[in-house]
Write a protein that binds this ligand. Structure first.
Ligand code: ADP
Length: 255
């Protein structure tokens, strides 16, 4: 077993589908413990595949994936996966949906409802506990999904374009909320996004992947001051320079 780096370590990971479609061709990166790392790259470069490999839902063809120093051999309670559509249960209330991850882990009703109430409050959905998903807006559903992921207290959060279904203003608000929700918690977050601005705003580290088959071409550690107000961060020269640098790379991929 490899030595002692907590967080997520991906080493020389290859993955092909059906023995022919090569999705990943030797991916290497580290997502340090307690950090938020974004994966960004052209459509089809293998971002979702990578997340599923780390979640233990797929097996790599070769290479090694460590989560908090342990090789990934399948899904585990140390990792929570947040999907694009949040996969809410249509027949269950907000309260049940938020507690559902805990329910799957065998946590009793009183305990999970206590946790669910706290998280519902934190994501701004107090008063909606007994509503069903079809009674909620897209943005509210995404909050339910986020609350569910936070409720299980997995040290690793794997998020696949969680804010892709909402309009631009809501998305910005969610980005700010996510940073707030994560502050003071020691979680390692791996975040897939198509948005350069979102990646730079949210991330401590950004991993850029080449067009398929995916390989890591750049690793960028952001330097803007997170204690600044969100609107100031978005106008900060360190933030703007990083957005521009990533755009220059991605533009070449689109050429
Ligand atoms: P991204 O998330 O970056 O858009 P994906 O990981 O979804 O990329 O896909 C990477 C490549 O693998 C794509 O070419 C896609 O068509 C292919 N792929 C993904 N899932 C499957 C699958 N289940 N079977 C066959 N090919 C797949």
């Amino acid at each position: 077993m490899s030595a002692g780096i907590a967080g997520i370590v991906v080493r020389d990971v290859h993955k092909s589908y059906d023995g022919s479609t090569e999705a990943l061709a030797g991916v290497d990166f580290e997502a340090p413990d307690g950090s938020l790392t974004s994966l960004i790259g052209p459509s089809g470069c293998g971002k979702t595949t990578l997340l599923k490999l780390i979640a233990g839902l797929l097996e790599p063809g070769s290479g090694e994936i460590l989560v908090n120093d342990r090789p990934v051999t399948g899904p585990g309670h140390d990792r929570a996966l947040v999907f694009q559509d949040f996969a809410l249960l249509p027949w269950a209330t907000v309260l049940r949906n938020v507690g559902y991850g805990l329910e799957l882990r065998g946590v009793g009703r009183t305990d999970r409802e206590t946790v669910a109430h706290r998280l519902i409050e934190r994501v701004g959905l107090a008063g909606f506990e007994h509503r069903y998903p079809h009674e909620l807006s897209g943005g509210m559903k995404q909050r339910v999904g986020l609350a569910r992921a936070l409720a299980v207290e997995a040290p690793i959060l794997l998020m696949d374009e969680p804010f892709s279904q909402v309009d631009e203003q809501t998305r910005r608000k969610f980005q700010e909320d996510l940073r707030d929700l994560l502050s003071g918690e020691r979680r390692t977050v791996l975040f897939v996004t198509h948005s350069i601005e979102e990646a730079v705003y949210l991330s401590d580290r950004i991993v850029l992947l080449s067009p398929r088959p995916g390989r890591v071409t750049h690793i960028i550690d952001t330097v803007h001051d997170r204690s600044m107000d969100p609107d100031r961060i978005r106008r900060d020269s360190a933030y703007i320079d990083t957005v521009d640098r990533i755009w220059q790379v991605l533009r070449e991929y689109l050429a």
